[in-house]
Design a protein around this ligand. Sequence first.
Ligand SMILES: Cc1cc2nc3c(=O)[nH]c(=O)nc-3n(C[C@H](O)[C@H](O)[C@H](O)COP(=O)(O)OP(=O)(O)OC[C@H]3O[C@@H](n4cnc5c(N)ncnc54)[C@H](O)[C@@H]3O)c2cc1C
Length: 399
Amino acid sequence: MTNRSTSPHPSVLVVGAGPVGLAAALLLRARGLGVTVLEASARGAPRPGSRAIFLHRQSLATLAGADPALGAALVGRGLVWSARSTHYAGREVHRRTYHPPPVHRAPFSALPQPVIEEELRAACVRAGVDVRWEAPVRSLSSAPDGVLVRTPQDVHRAAYAIGCDGARSAVREAIGVRLRGPRSPHTFIVLDVADDPAHPVPAERVFHYRDPRLGGRNVLIAPFRGGVRVDVQCAGRGGEAAADPDDAAAVAASAADWLPALLPEGHPAAVTWSSRYRFQQAVADSFVDAHGRVLLAGEAGHLFAPFGARGLNSGIADAAAAAGALAEGDVAGYADARRRAATLNRRASGRALTHLTSPWSRAAQRLAAASAPRSRRAGRWLDDAPYGPRDAGIPGSKY
Ligand SMILES: Cc1cc2nc3c(=O)[nH]c(=O)nc-3n(C[C@H](O)[C@H](O)[C@H](O)COP(=O)(O)OP(=O)(O)OC[C@H]3O[C@@H](n4cnc5c(N)ncnc54)[C@H](O)[C@@H]3O)c2cc1C
């Protein structure tokens, strides 16, 4: 038998060293539980793109609670926007500026996911977490008294396992759980643009409805430390409701033509990552196996459109809840609470997706934009709605 902790607490296998698996391992260690992480890829394997660029205050506090140096690093290596603005057809309809917050009270941190993962890996080393790289989980079985997990190298037994192995989770499949939910017919282009110190992009989150520079498409510009995220919504142009993936391919391929107009004059607009997505809005049937020995967390349990940054932030909330449940012996409570949270998070990101894509919403946006010069409320609605409701309705948690 391998990986059996000598601590009186149950030993836990975490499958996947993505951000949620690393966070779960760290939070388990902080509660004194023995943990081994099994990760399919090699140590230091490159991870693509900025992906989750927004860690909310709640996530920062959760991680800082396990390792204050981690919390400080995530804030120190990130960016806090000094303003947010919203534009409709090229005209500003809402603006809000912020005073710089004291470092210890950062409301969020905008930094690329590979940096978040680098800091989580460093924190796991400090905490003595045993990470096995190049250890893809090939099979998993559970019984009333524990789990058995096979990798090509080893057979691992433990009291519990947490599946943090992402959207195509082998753990989820092994316990016979399915992810269910629709995929948006609309395609979004996600680009990372490298910073250029000679032409700094203002630290301001900007949303453009019906941007004339992009043929009337919606565009989000979100700076993070080291670069800028540009999200372009394809299809639905000029009131069309149908998806048009070919259109998205053409828009992505012609980024060199339209991107410079969104950046400060002279900015080289060097694209470091380009992707096209049709977002899925899916939740696992169950967050735990039939024996209460295997928990699902992060994208193994749910997929959301990224509006409102509910992906990674809710994964970190899952990780914290899983660590608490295993320390306190309340796996059933975990399954109930986190499935409910995932359903509410999906609803919240779904409202943002509907706002961006439905023809009715476009009509409301046009009216609100016309009212915005006289009505701050109309401008604020245009500014808030692309991210979904702020409070998903989960007691004690934003996510
Ligand atoms: C374009 C885009 C933009 C996004 N923007 C945001 C955002 O702004 N805010 C936000 O909060 N979230 C965002 N997200 C979501 C965020 O990236 C995910 O929520 C996050 O990566 C999920 O982390 P995870 O650890 O659950 O899964 P993953 O990051 O997928 O990690 C899973 C890990 O498990 C490993 N693994 C897989 N199978 C096995 C196996 N059989 N055995 C062992 N290991 C295995 C993988 O190698 C990987 O390391 C975005 C995602 C995308 C794609």
